[in-house]
Design a protein around this ligand. Structure first.
Ligand code: S3P
Length: 435
């Protein structure tokens, strides 16, 4: 689907972002192995989280959905740590890396035969990063190219896995979480060290559920654990979704207030960077739910200047880098992103996609293997941006229209459905036009 975006009066006002995708996945997965009934208030109900739901239903987990005073509620009857039923068909993780990687941790070693796959983008994404350590724990897993790519097949095991120590080389929350979930089935102590500096939603939920997880500065340590208690959680707004409209507000010089948004410190890298670029971002913590801080964010635009973003800063803003590229076009001086090679393994090769996005509006950038440099202040024109089936590129393209004179056409805007189902109505509600 092609949609034309423009926002001649800018984007601003008030936004309640859609529920957090990462947290919804984790609430679904942990509740599916809990002993008893979990309540998930305000879950994200879109492509990726539906993929997780569908896989869990195939595995015999009962999920009941209701709407109470306009709020979505999911009741999940957990199957227990070893209780998944052998599915009749192939589990379909769709477009969702979080679904396939985290679920792999739960499927590893179970006494059932399962095959999991996904769409054309997902079967091209690297799976070795989880398959290798899960095999070291004793799980029998096959996959294309000796386990490098999905479809992945889990052969029946005996339930228990062997505890190991891992040193992560990639700061990936999906890898870290897959290992933590697998480690629940270990007979001994699992230690994870190295690049554990990715988003920590899994760790927070484990600690909230009083699972025996210890976090030291350098490592995570999980003791054996046989029972997961049911819980009740309200999913806050997704700061990665809010980031699109924060970008729109900054480049159009408008204020924006974001309510009921997750403000987990491992997700705040984008706010830190826009402050360095000259914007104001004030955070008011109003609540903590299941260990996750929730608050209101107030954005005030400022004169934007270029920055250098280094490798160590990347994990906390990994999903927001296409937006940094958009903001860089409107900043004084140059903006450089370094050490972001992981972007090549997202829903698309996001570094190439960023280059196409920038060039589509008549600008240039210097593209490196693991980053880019963009000079601000280049002449920009409207153009056609192909989302390439990547939700974050589709939405970044639409937001770019806020700062260009002519309209922007996004080819494949429906990709936004994966994480932000109401993106078009929010764009209109904040002052933009969509045809
Ligand atoms: C996610 C982790 C990140 C992120 C993705 C969601 C998660 O991926 O890009 O959108 O929910 O754990 P990586 O773990 O591959 O960095």
């Amino acid at each position: 689907m092609n949609s034309t975006f423009s926002a001649k009066d800018g984007l601003g006002g008030e936004l309640v972002p859609p529920p957090d995708k990462s947290l919804t996945h984790r609430a679904l997965l942990l509740s599916s192995i809990a002993e008893g009934r979990t309540l998930i208030h305000n879950p994200l109900d879109t492509g990726d989280c539906r993929s997780t739901r569908r896989c869990l239903e195939e595995l015999g987990v009962i999920l009941e959905e209701s709407l109470k005073s306009g709020e979505r509620l999911l009741e999940v009857s957990g199957a227990g740590l070893m209780g998944y039923r052998e599915p009749a068909g192939v589990l379909d993780a769709g477009n969702s890396g979080t679904t396939i990687r985290l679920l792999a941790g739960l499927l590893a070693g179970l006494p059932i035969y399962t095959v999991i796959s996904g769409d054309r983008s997902l079967v091209a994404r690297p799976m070795w990063r989880i398959i290798e350590p899960l095999r070291q724990m004793g799980a029998s897993i096959a996959g294309r190219s000796n386990g490098r790519f999905a479809p992945l097949t889990f052969l029946p095991g005996e339930g228990l896995l062997a505890a190991r120590s891992f040193n992560l080389e990639i700061p990936s929350a999906q890898v870290k979480s897959a290992l933590l979930l697998a480690a629940l089935k270990c007979s001994g102590t699992t230690v994870i060290s190295g690049r554990i500096d990715s988003r920590d939603h899994t760790e927070r939920l484990f600690r909230y559920l009083e699972l025996p997880l210890v976090r030291e500065k350098e490592y995570l340590k999980l003791e054996p654990c046989s029972e997961i208690p049911p819980f009740e959680i309200t999913i806050p707004g997704d700061i990665s979704s809010a980031a699109f409209f924060i970008t729109g507000a900054l480049i159009s010089g408008k204020d924006l207030l974001i309510r009921h948004c997750g403000i987990n410190p491992t997700r705040l890298g984008f706010l830190k960077v826009i402050r360095k670029m000259g914007a104001e971002a004030h955070i008011l913590e109003v609540d903590v739910n299941c260990g996750e801080p929730v608050g209101t964010i107030q954005i005030r635009p400022g004169e934007l200047k270029g920055v250098v973003i280094r490798k160590a800063e990347i994990p906390d803003l990994i999903d927001e880098i296409p937006l940094i590229a958009v903001i860089a076009l409107f900043a004084r001086g140059s903006t450089t992103v370094q050490g972001a090679g992981e972007l090549r393994f997202k829903e698309s090769d996001r570094l190439e996609a960023i280059a196409r996005l920038v060039r589509a509006v008549g600008a240039e950038l210097t593209l490196e293997q693991d980053g880019f440099t963009i000079e601000g202040g280049q002449a920009l024109a409207g153009g056609i941006i192909d989302a390439g089936h990547d939700h974050r590129i589709a939405m970044a393209g639409a937001i770019l229209s806020t700062g260009v004179r002519d309209k922007i056409v996004v080819r494949g805007i429906e990709a936004a459905e994966v994480s932000f189902p109401d993106f078009i109505s929010s764009f209109r509600a904040l002052g933009g036009e969509v045809e």
